[in-house]
Design a protein around this ligand. Structure first.
Ligand SMILES: Nc1nc2c(ncn2[C@@H]2O[C@H](COP(=O)(O)OP(=O)(O)OP(=O)(O)O)[C@@H](O)[C@H]2O)c(=O)[nH]1
Ligand SMILES: [Mg+2]
Length: 582
């Protein structure tokens, strides 16, 4: 910062402030803010190294250029009744009056006025200039300034467009001082007071505080400047009101006050950007709600489905178990009835007794098991399709709403990306649902179940079909364990000579059947359980691009909010620290 002698402490703070603001700029540049807002911050940081800067703003024809001319004491800037000032014009100290047109938007005027060694002035095009670019220029320069001299004309005090402009620049956290110009066209003191009260009331309403307010006539001051008699000149200048403004700028705005404004200026700009970023972050968080809701809905759907499936597998398996238990019971009865002395003729011929067992106990077992297991497979395949339908429906409903929203208003790039992900996931699921082949799925599952059962060492491999596989295993086990396979008259006779042996054979049968049954049930439960999990994982994998995208956005938004909260704290700390070095 030039023009002021800074203490070591102040210099140190200035260094620190620049450093922190540059960090803030980097952070904020990740936030999709308008480019001119970020530029404003860059400029405000650079401005820390410049003289105190006052920018004069107001509608065209309010007398901004005339006001600066009055302050300079000479007609330097062009005035006119039509929109006149076309360039932002920096007025700064120079040994002689000069004008340098830098480009079509910017000019530099130098003038040898002592005051200009302490501060620079900016004359700006009217805020309501017909040429939109002029208006933009003014808006652009406000963030760089340390003080805004807001000029309104007494014949149309605080117009609608001026009020709007005030609201717009308020966000930059600038010191705003009001000038009511052209007091000479008002009829007497009463009218002046009336206008002053009106402007004071309305600006306080907009700004939230009563700003310093000066009523003056730039024209009268300019006239005074041309008078050679110093007493008369001073009297007229005083009467014009310009001396009050001058005193304010040179005395009230002393070094300390200017330093405070200068140091807080870029902090105010950064705060404004921070607020904008917070707003965007908040809007993103709100926008995300609908997607988050859908993701939770999908997750709840899948978990409910998993629960339902697990709950239903058990009673369905119990039906298979029931078939086996009935078989076991029939077997027990069979052996009780047939392992008798009266039956010794049949018993000696194992073929006969085998055939009898097949006929009375085994008959229908294979079909019964097949029927139960296939019913279970059909149920499971249907269930699987059902959940895909459910997911598809939920995605379609949300897509419909998202499309409607996009028609109504703009959506953020993130939200648009999520909608795209949702659409492509929805498309994939739709394709899968449409080409879903129940028969093929059921066959595949059936081969899988059969394979799993055949793989357990206790069951015979080779039989075609699960029922046949189980039935044939049970049959040979029953024959084997009861000793019927090895039947010889002598062995069979043993049952009757030693009744304990008969009991033992039946017990052996029951035990073996139990073992086989529990083994089979265990394998089925495992296989169906695993299949249910697999089916769910397949579906989860298909919707993952969308759900993961949403979760990633959620994390990013939360991280951003955290970063902004930290930045807010840093800026507040800088503001506090600044007060201690002033
Ligand atoms: N009666 C009266 N006229 C003034 C006063 N100040 C300026 N004017 C006249 O008002 C007209 C506009 O003044 P400017 O200084 O060109 O106004 P401006 O705000 O710079 O206008 P733009 O550059 O177009 O934005 C000129 O004709 C000035 O001479 C004043 O205090 N009283
Ligand atoms: Mg002008």
């Amino acid at each position: 910062m030039q023009g002021t002698m800074l203490s070591n402490e102040q210099l140190l703070f200035l260094q620190q402030e620049k450093q922190q603001l540059n960090i803030a700029k980097r952070i904020l540049s990740d936030f999709n803010l308008p480019e001119e807002a970020l530029n404003a911050l860059s400029e405000a940081i650079l401005q820390l190294d410049e003289l105190f800067l006052i920018v004069v703003v107001g509608e065209f024809n309010s007398g901004k250029s005339a006001l600066i001319n009055a302050l300079l004491g000479e007609y330097v800037l062009e005035e006119g009744v039509t929109p006149t000032t076309a360039r932002v014009t920096l007025v700064r100290w120079g040994e002689a009056l000069s004008e340098q047109i830098v480009n079509e938007d910017f000019a530099i005027v130098t003038y040898p006025l002592e005051l200009l060694k302490e501060l620079n002035l900016i004359d700006s095009p009217g805020t309501n200039a017909i040429i939109r670019r002029h208006e933009l220029l003014t808006t652009e320069y406000v963030p760089r300034s340390d003080l805004v001299l807001f000029t309104t004309s007494a014949d149309r005090p605080l117009t609608e467009s001026e009020r709007e402009f005030l609201e717009k620049i308020l966000a930059w956290g600038k010191k705003i001082v009001l000038v009511i110009n052209k007091a000479d066209i008002l009829d007497g003191q009463e009218a002046i007071e009336e206008v002053r009260a009106f402007v004071a009331q309305h600006t306080a309403g907009i700004l939230g505080y009563a700003p310093e307010l000066f009523v003056l006539s730039a024209k009268l001051a300019e006239k005074a400047n041309q008078i050679s008699d110093p007493v008369e000149k001073e009297r007229l200048r005083k009467a014009s009101g310009i001396t009050d403004l001058e005193r304010y700028i040179t005395e009230t705005l002393d070094d300390r006050a200017r330093l405070e404004l200068k140091l807080s200026n870029p902090l105010g700009v950064a705060s404004n950007l921070l607020q904008q970023a917070e707003g965007l972050n908040q809007a993103q968080a709100e926008e995300l709600q609908a997607d988050l809701k859908l993701v939770s809905e999908l997750e709840a759907m899948l978990s409910a489905y998993r629960k339902e499936l697990t709950a239903e597998i058990k009673p369905r398996l119990a039906e298979v178990d029931n078939v086996l238990q009935n078989f076991e019971q029939r077997g027990e009865e069979f052996f009780n009835t047939n392992l008798r002395i009266t039956n010794i003729g049949n018993l000696a011929k194992s073929d006969k007794i085998k055939a009898k067992f097949e006929e009375e106990v085994l008959a229908g077992l294979s079909q019964e098991i097949d029927a139960k297991v296939h019913a279970m497979i059909d149920w499971m395949v249907d269930k699987d399709l059902q959940i895909w339908y459910q997911v598809m429906g939920a995605l379609e409903r949300r897509q419909f709403v998202a499309r409607k929203q996009a028609e109504v208003g703009p959506v953020s790039p993130q939200a648009a990306r999520r909608t795209d992900l949702m659409a492509s996931v929805g498309e994939t699921i739709k394709t899968i649902v449409n080409s879903y082949n129940h028969k093929k799925e059921a066959e595949e599952l059936s081969v899988l179940v059969e394979g799993a059962v055949a793989q357990t060492a206790l069951f015979e491999v080779g039989a075609v079909g699960l029922g046949a596989l189980v039935a044939s295993t049970l049959f040979s086990a029953a024959m084997d364990v009861t000793g019927i396979v090895a039947a010889s008259a002598l062995a069979i006779l043993g049952f009757f000579v030693i009744p304990y042996k008969r009991k033992q054979a039946i017990e052996g049968f029951k035990e073996k059947m139990n073992e086989l049954r529990s083994n089979l049930m265990h394998t089925l439960e495992l296989t169906f359980g695993r299949e249910a999990d697999l089916a769910l994982s397949r579906l989860e994998a298909k919707i993952a691009p969308y759900t993961q995208g949403v979760r990633a956005d959620q994390e990013k938004i939360a991280r951003d909010a955290q970063v902004l909260a930290e930045l807010k704290q840093t800026l507040e700390e800088m503001q506090d620290q600044m007060r201690t070095v002033l």
